[in-house]
Write a protein that binds this ligand. Sequence first.
Ligand SMILES: NC(=O)c1ccc[n+]([C@@H]2O[C@H](COP(=O)([O-])OP(=O)(O)OC[C@H]3O[C@@H](n4cnc5c(N)ncnc54)[C@H](OP(=O)(O)O)[C@@H]3O)[C@@H](O)[C@H]2O)c1
Length: 174
Amino acid sequence: MSNPPRYPVLAVVAMARNRVIGDGEKLLWHLPGDLPRVKALTMGRPLIMGRRTFESIGRPLPGRANIVLTRQQGWSADGVLTASTTEDALRMAADWIDADQDRVEEIIIFGGGDIYAAFLDRTDAIDLTEIDLAPDGGALFPELNAADWQETRRDDRPADGDTPAHAFVRLTRR
Ligand SMILES: NC(=O)c1ccc[n+]([C@@H]2O[C@H](COP(=O)([O-])OP(=O)(O)OC[C@H]3O[C@@H](n4cnc5c(N)ncnc54)[C@H](OP(=O)(O)O)[C@@H]3O)[C@@H](O)[C@H]2O)c1
């Protein structure tokens, strides 16, 4: 049995109605308010992400630890901490928080689909942007067991021009 993470674990994700989160290439939607929101939710915190998500962003995000999970020995990128197991990634995230008192005591699961699934059992809360679209795409957010999760916040936004209807939702583990 693995040790529980030393800090709360929050997944941050934007997901369509069909659970699609990405297609590995292009952005599937454009939500003007989402980038500043993700920045506010993640700044000063360690991010744990899959190698594919890191490569789709293309650079480390400033003001945060960028912990990239890969099974490839010897993989590295500038400004990134590399982890080869979920346990290593959680330990690195907690150590990064401990190294500076200005850091926020929360670990962010930043995606993509493989990584949300790998950490779901350790995730305490999910900050979800629900998008009222159903695009094609191979990367999915894992199915949630409704008995495990409670919606503790919801902010519905109607469609507006090119911006699809969407909702900012907080799910908390029961
Ligand atoms: N909408 C959103 O909120 C959101 C957020 C994040 C990402 N995305 C999208 O999601 C897509 C990428 O998701 P994805 O599922 O294809 O890939 P991913 O989860 O980003 O990365 C998968 C990679 O992570 C490594 N990995 C996975 N599990 C591991 C484990 N247990 N131990 C060690 N390494 C592990 C492997 O890297 P190696 O192959 O190097 O071994 C694997 O190929 C992109 O389209 C991206 O834009 C969307």
